[in-house]
Design a protein around this ligand. Sequence first.
Ligand SMILES: [Cu+2]
Length: 118
Amino acid sequence: MRNIYLKMAFAMLFAAAFTMTANAQSKSKPRSQSARVEITEQGYSPASVSLRRGVPASLTFIRLTDRTCGTEIVIPDHGINRPLPLNRPVVVRLTPKRTGTLGFTCGMNMMRGKLIVR
Ligand SMILES: [Cu+2]
């Protein structure tokens, strides 16, 4: 009889420990992050993207219009400058090293968006 209570107590202890570990993991840093930005006649949508510092990011840019000059994507702080063919997603990978704001622009620095790194 006592033995059963002891086993139950241990089982509950393990369950509690497991839950605590799972919680700790869910609060820890994610392994990756991603966002999608469309280039429309109104500009970048969204124009502002939040990212976490130190987490590898995949940013998908897709140009949906021929009526803007957003035919390339430039992220100067990361030395990125990539053409954006119409209607074709282009994935840009970077890992933000510092908190703060990184700009992304068209090739002529006329259209502007922000990566806000926290
Ligand atoms: Cu431009």
